[in-house]
Ligand binder design. Sequence first.
Ligand SMILES: Cc1cc2nc3c(=O)[nH]c(=O)nc-3n(C[C@H](O)[C@H](O)[C@H](O)COP(=O)(O)OP(=O)(O)OC[C@H]3O[C@@H](n4cnc5c(N)ncnc54)[C@H](O)[C@@H]3O)c2cc1C
Length: 486
Amino acid sequence: MDYDVLVVGGGPTGMMLAAELRLAGVRPLVVERLARPYPFSKALGIHARSIELLELRGIHDRFLEGAPLLSGGHFASLPVGLNYKSLETRHPYGLYQKQVDTERLLTARAEELGTEIRRGHELTALAQDEDGVTATITGPDGEYRVRAGYVVGCDGGRSRTRKLAGIPFPGQEPGLAVLMADCEFSGELPEGEGMGPLRPYGVIRRDLRAWFSAVPLFEPGVYRAMVFRYDHVWPDRDQPVTEEEMRAAITELVGHDCGLTGIQWLTRLTDVSRQAERYREGRVLLAGDAAHVHFPSGGPGLNMGLQDAMNLGWKLAAVVNGWGDGALLDSYHTERHPVGRTVLRNTRTQCALFDPDPRLDAVRETFTDLLRIDQVNRYFTGLGSALDVRYDLPGEHPLTGARMPDLDVWTPDGVRRLSEYFHDGLGVLTGASAEKWKDRVAVVEGEVEGPAMLVRPDGYVCWAGDPVEDGVGLDAALRTWFGPPL
Ligand SMILES: Cc1cc2nc3c(=O)[nH]c(=O)nc-3n(C[C@H](O)[C@H](O)[C@H](O)COP(=O)(O)OP(=O)(O)OC[C@H]3O[C@@H](n4cnc5c(N)ncnc54)[C@H](O)[C@@H]3O)c2cc1C
């Protein structure tokens, strides 16, 4: 083998995955088609669960530094917003951060850990056999082959890896066409009454089933402007948007172009929504947009990619390192596919509610009223932040399958946090010992409130209880998630 794992795509998912693999001593190669990082920022935010995951690796401060914190978000641009302050986490906020910066920090992390990254190199063909995969890569000096144990397609919504592996990508065809610009306005913007807490400017044109909104970004005077048109399909989604097209679209809805100027980026979007039927096909795996695409309502995409990578990284490394089995690797699909399905449902719901068709007024008003109910607001906030993700893991204890609460640990040297014990990417055990798994599970020497817990490297509890009363359960969980004893 030239490498243990070939990671196709050096976007946020690929870089996060490469770092996780390196942390576990695995040798990944990242191939990225673009010679230089994509200069524009699709995503603008990092959610609470992603911040927690970065904290598990001790790198969240780099992301928090200088980034504005958001105390709330929106659901389908309804007038009642989501309250992040209600979240039970050490990070009850969202982070405003441009995707270019997120990617830069993730790339730096992967490089620090010794990842080999080849830019300007594209996967063009793929074959797998019993022992590994053979990938054909086209680089600046021509075509060459790479042999690796596994390949992970982190190559975005149009994933070549997914297509070459023959994994179906079923879903919903687009019915919403959106033009988007990061830009400035020299003229007056219309007040966007009733367009939600984050969209102070805009116009709703029910007659056209269309709307325009301009969301101020944190850079002074810069907006993310969007024109939504329902019942509209782009004849060619890849056709570049021109300034004239954007100007005409705004003028049609608002009556004037609001002095559109200072355009930084123009693009077109749709509400196409698809999910890979399988996240694993033998030695080929998919993560991030390669596994799921959807409209960016609430901004879950990049976040879900990081969370996929965090779920997959340690499992794939365990298999490469010889103590993980096929069942452990299959649990990646079993756990993450339902999460993706729920996120797709959430974004489709929001796309349906964005539709200004007057026949949907009653539904929008009902959802607005529901959002005033704390528990409902909390439900959508938990969903949007991914803090409520739970895996269906074996075990009776209510904590099993939930994300680990970041509790205080009382040690002779002072108070630490449980999250600090995850920096090396091992599992963590509190309130018990696991001598025979000491190379894979770190034991917390200190007092932690509540039951003893066995936590996986991705921060999910896989056993909780009393180690004396349920020693058999603890032993079973150690074997399931951390392989045979030494
Ligand atoms: C307008 C907009 C706003 C968004 N806002 C948010 C938001 O606020 N929050 C959020 O979480 N998400 C948001 N998203 C979604 C987010 O941008 C994506 O989910 C995220 O970029 C996915 O990361 P990825 O690494 O999986 O894929 P990508 O970012 O698509 O990266 C894939 C990489 O693979 C490379 N590649 C492709 N094919 C090959 C090949 N054959 N060989 C080698 N390399 C290849 C590509 O060049 C690319 O660099 C938004 C998206 C859009 C369009």
